[in-house]
Ligand binder design. Structure first.
Ligand SMILES: [Zn+2]
Length: 332
């Protein structure tokens, strides 16, 4: 496993320029931006840790979803932006990794712990194409291009995110491709999984897959039914990741997998997780098919052997809520 690095190459001059940016910009946008489900969370003590993944690709861990940064001759491409409150710390780390502009931000889905920093970070970048049609006219040509599946845009508009955070390039096909920093990148839509707008991002040359929240190493899959999530969509997405990834030897290493939350993983980790989710789905389906009510299914303990690893009795996604979402999803 690569080691965590906290190397600091940034000069005083860069820091000064950046804090001027942030004093003017973040202060204004934070006032507007109170959408985070953890708005009450104190971010002062959150450190952004940088984990080199492979060949210019890094995983940034702070609070909220993991960020992936790809660096190279064309500039910086980043996937997800965590919370708005962390943007200054995140931007500082990215500048240490590469002094080039952020050209693209790809959002894996619309949850605030993944898109919260869009409005702060996109304006600090510079689009490579000049096209920026979805934003206000005066912003055209400025800032990084924010790429996301169409329904991410719909959700962000519905939830009244600031205009600056909206995707500026949406798509509705199942597979969008890009070529950036000398490698092919595939953005693969995963229908009705964690939400209705999930994408997996696959760096084909460096062989790194970024999963968003269809895969985490920390919890049972969060199925956001209100946003179109479903258990069978999650399993389909996990199977897609298993299809793409290739182990190096003895089922270890090879393709590296950046999860939505948790530690850097490989195919074996995803297989293990996919099997767990599939087994629980099949158990709950069998119990439901035998005529059990939701309460009876819960009492039967269909997740019991996995609860010490993935379960939770508190927080926004409890084991009970997971069982309920699966019970709903295996109907008929
Ligand atoms: Zn999420």
């Amino acid at each position: 496993m690569p080691q965590i690095t906290t190397a600091n190459h940034s000069t005083l001059c860069e820091e000064k320029t950046m804090s001027r940016y942030f004093r003017n910009f973040v202060a204004g946008s934070l006032a507007l931006f109170s959408l985070g489900s953890q708005a009450q969370q104190n971010f002062d003590n959150v450190e952004i840790e940088v984990l080199p993944v492979r060949d210019g690709i890094y995983m940034l861990v702070g609070a909220g979803g993991n960020i992936t940064v790809q660096t190279g001759v064309d500039g910086v491409l980043m996937i997800d932006t965590q919370y708005a409150e962390l943007s200054e710390k995140i931007y500082s780390k990215i500048q240490e990794l590469s002094p080039t502009p952020i050209r693209y931000i790809i959002n894996t889905h619309s949850h605030p712990d993944h898109v919260g920093g869009n409005a702060n970070l996109a304006p600090l970048g510079a689009t490579i194409t000049g096209g920026n049609v979805a934003r206000l006219q005066e912003d055209a040509g400025d800032g990084a291009t924010i790429v996301a599946f169409e329904t991410v845009m719909n959700n962000m508009v519905d939830e009244k995110y600031p205009v600056e955070s909206w995707p500026s390039e949406t798509f509705f096909v199942e597979r969008k491709d890009m070529y950036f920093n000398d490698e092919g990148i595939e953005i693969l839509h995963q229908p009705n999984a964690h939400t209705d707008g999930d994408v997996i991002v696959w760096f084909r040359k460096t062989d790194v897959v970024v999963t968003g929240d269809v895969f985490t190493t920390t919890m049972y899959p969060f199925i956001d039914k209100a946003k179109g999530g479903s258990i069978n969509g999650v399993i389909a997405a996990l199977n897609t990741i298993v299809d793409i990834t290739i182990p190096r030897a003895k089922q270890e290493g090879g393709t590296l997998v950046v999860p939505g939350h948790g530690r850097l993983a490989d195919e074996a980790d995803v297989v293990e997780y996919r099997d767990m989710v599939t087994i629980i789905r099949d158990r709950i389906k069998a119990l439901r098919d035998s005529g059990m009510t939701l309460e009876q299914v819960k009492a039967a303990g269909p997740t019991q052997d996995y609860d010490s690893r993935y379960g939770s009795n508190e927080g926004f996604w409890t084991t009970d809520m997971f069982i309920e979402a699966v019970y709903d999803g295996v109907q008929g």
